[in-house]
Ligand binder design. Structure first.
Ligand code: GAL
Length: 717
């Protein structure tokens, strides 16, 4: 046979093999308003959304405007070769894409290759991260989710097809200065190592609307209990119940906010692997311990990893229901089995929940490869090591969340691995990495993918760094000091103690605003902490159309130039621009409309880049024109059930404004059955042009924790 013949035969064989799926006409069903789904090949019976057990919030989705399918359907191509699924989506020249996991250094993902793999973040945005969510949002206002529990590779506008519609310009490197090492690609291509997958497309008129659809389809965002939004301190590993009682007292003595305490590994009688049983020496009376703290309004959160110690009572029960491999000598419970989940539930409820434990910190479910089961591990349920790694964080979040839900009690905890579908889960992601700047970029990125992230504070080299980190953690989903290793306290640097207290108090004052912001996450799918790219009046497209960026240029260059990764919005009205150690000045990009200084109400600029020099005591905060910020007086703890507090309502700028103040009992899930209040706050101009504030009254019989008395503060003079 000559080689030409060889090639022809090969082509025929390949074609035959490929043909059943090549160019397969995809059926896109509009399963909810503006959300389309298709199944490519044979999707597996384990998936991310199934592991998260998502329940779409249909009514809320129906309230969104209708949307058009964002692609020409025949431009989406799929095939299955060698047991793997290939997906191809068009990408327009001016388009930018966001998401694709909890990234720490980059916001714009166009031009990157990501292998989405649950892992501890290792310093590179390559897809290995705590929440490698296979969801991307386009600046054009749509989103795409690949719902497969697999290590998915995404070529986010990197591969250049021979049959591309929009090919890069051919250039000669020898002579052409415009030659590019990474030429233009007009497609997002995705490799799923499985013989099929479900794919979802979320439409919208803006990137935010696509994100809202994604979050609402997953069940809407979580509203933490009010205490969860207060300050939390995690104590050193070997602290006993007496040490912790003293710690709580110290917080009182220092007049520092404290709503919950994190108990690190030392509460277990053995840890790594864990027994999930109280250590009798350090915690001789755990019930008393929890109750005494609770009497002071302080909740407890217990650290754990899922690896079960051979010396614990759970071991014999779980031995036959665990993986083929151990982690730190502990067995790995197979959470895909109902029997495993029941055994854990009985033990945890009896030993923790029933004596007042309020939540968990779920550690070590992400990896670093050595600290998780290997991919060659097998599980009795039959799912593979790879599949289990992608969903384990979701499974354990969902399982524990349900225990609390059954008690009609909200929890709020920490987790180190998550994935798609997590918005309604009561957990905030954290890690061991410690770059302050990158922590803020992670906070920005969390908003695209339906997860929460805390830039936790642990230690610092200087008082300045300490204060700067404390300032930003107070503007995040969980205001936390994690002193497990260093034994730090908020007042560890006496020279900045009062400035640290000020910012913690400011967070406590802002709880009415922050709580209302989380209600938007739940009811509207709006992330509480938002990338600038999701904000009205600021978009990548606008910068292009205003001529600030050149859209004929290579989009990768644009991506680098215009990326905004060190500032974000907290809710609708407050722009947060953290300061980093060593910096006296920083740039802040203000979206369209006028912006005002949070502290003194002064006008700072509009649709422009400003420079600010806030001094050490303050984190730069800005409020949009007409922005209303409901606050309360300084209190060390979040309001208790039934407690009524005074309102302080601030207004900024010269425009009229409106704000919906949300409230419920702060503890239970009764709000899901309508037990909540929404009260309209309005600031209008009277006939003389003076601003006047008014606030509605809550519906009778609905929980509402505010007194009638309102102090109005019109901050802009
Ligand atoms: C780490 C975790 C820390 C701390 C520590 C306790 O894995 O990230 O925050 O909990 O374990 O051993």
């Amino acid at each position: 046979m000559n080689s030409k013949f060889h090639v022809i035969i090969l082509c025929l064989i390949t074609n035959l093999y490929v043909s059943p799926n090549f160019g397969q006409e995809l059926e896109w069903a509009e399963i909810e308003n503006g959300i389309w789904k298709t199944s490519v090949g044979e999707p597996e019976d384990i998936s991310l959304l199934a592991a998260a057990d998502v329940r779409p919030k249909v009514e809320a989705l129906d309230k969104l405007p209708s949307a058009v399918f964002p692609f020409l359907k025949d431009k989406i191509k799929t095939k299955i070769i060698d047991g793997k699924t290939y997906l191809q989506f068009p990408l327009a020249r001016e388009e930018q894409i966001y998401g694709l996991g909890l990234n720490f250094k980059t916001v714009h993902q166009r031009g990157r290759i990501m292998q989405l793999h649950v892992d501890h973040y290792g310093g590179r945005d390559d897809g290995r991260t705590h929440a490698p969510v296979p969801f991307y949002v386009s600046s054009k206002g749509y989103g795409v989710l690949i719902d497969a529990a697999r290590y998915i590779t995404v070529y986010a506008g990197t591969g250049i097809r021979v049959d591309a519609d929009d090919k890069p310009v051919l250039r000669d490197r020898n002579t052409d200065k415009q030659w590019q090492a990474q030429p233009y690609s007009d497609a997002v291509e995705i490799l799923v190592p499985a013989k099929g997958t479900d794919v979802y497309v979320y439409g919208g008129s803006s990137p935010m609307e696509a994100v809202q659809r994604y979050n609402l389809y997953n069940g809407g965002g979580y509203i933490p209990p009010k205490w969860g939004l207060g300050f939390t301190q995690r104590v050193p590993t070997l602290y006993s119940q007496d040490d912790i009682a003293r710690e709580a007292q110290e917080f009182e003595d220092h007049d520092f906010p404290l709503d919950f305490i994190g108990v690190e590994p030392g509460w277990h009688s053995m840890s790594y692997p864990c027994t999930f049983e109280w250590d009798k020496k350090r915690f001789p009376d755990p019930e008393k311990f929890n109750n005494e703290l609770l009497a002071k309004g302080i909740r407890t959160n217990l650290w754990l990893n899922p690896y079960v110690s051979p010396v614990g009572s759970l071991y014999p029960k779980l031995k036959g229901l665990s993986a083929s491999h151990t982690v730190w000598n502990g067995i790995v419970p197979d959470l895909m089995l109902a029997e495993t989940r029941d055994i854990l539930k009985n033990h945890f409820i009896e030993n923790h929940l029933s004596i007042g434990v309020s939540g968990y910190k779920i550690d070590e479910v992400d990896g670093f490869d050595f600290w998780v089961w290997p991919d060659v591990a097998t599980f009795p349920s039959g799912y593979s090591g790879e599949q289990m790694r992608q969903v384990y964080g979701l499974l354990i979040q969902d399982m524990t969340a349900k225990w609390f839900k059954e008690k009609n009690q909200r929890t709020y905890g920490l987790v180190r691995a998550s994935n798609a579908g997590a918005s309604p889960l009561p957990y905030v992601i954290y890690n061991d990495y410690y770059s302050h700047k990158d922590f803020i970029t992670a906070l920005v990125n969390s908003s695209f993918i339906g997860v929460l992230w805390t830039p936790e504070v642990r230690a610092s080299k200087t008082a300045e760094e300490w204060l700067r980190r404390m300032q930003s953690v107070c503007f995040s989903p969980m205001a936390m000091l994690n002193a497990w290793a260093d034994g730090t306290k908020p007042w560890s640097f006496p020279e900045v103690e009062s400035a640290v207290r000020d910012v913690a108090n400011l967070r406590m004052q802002l709880l009415p605003y922050i709580y209302s912001t989380f209600s938007q996450y739940h009811f509207k799918g709006l992330p509480p902490f938002r990338a600038m790219n999701l904000v009205d009046g600021f978009s990548y497209d606008q910068k292009v159309s205003e001529g600030e960026l050149d859209s004929t240029d290579n989009p990768y260059k644009i991506a680098v130039k215009s990326e905004i990764k060190d500032q974000y919005m907290m809710g609708d009205n407050i722009l947060v621009a953290p300061m980093f150690v060593g910096k006296k000045e920083r740039k802040v990009i203000l979206p369209k409309g006028k912006w005002f200084d949070f502290y003194n109400g002064e006008f700072v600029g509009e649709n422009q880049v400003i420079s600010v020099t806030p001094g050490l005591e303050k984190i730069p905060l800005f409020v949009r024109d007409g922005g209303i910020v409901p606050m309360r007086p300084i209190q060390r703890q979040a309001p208790k059930i039934g407690e009524k507090v005074d309102l302080i309502i601030r207004h900024y700028g010269t425009k009229e404004g409106e704000y919906t103040l949300y409230d419920d009992d702060g503890l239970s899930f009764d709000f899901e059955k309508g037990q909540f209040s929404e009260v309209e706050i309005k600031v209008k101009k009277d006939r003389k042009g003076n601003l006047r504030g008014s606030i509605g009254t809550p519906e009778k019989g609905k929980p509402y924790g505010y007194n009638k008395k309102v102090t109005w503060e019109f901050k802009t003079k």
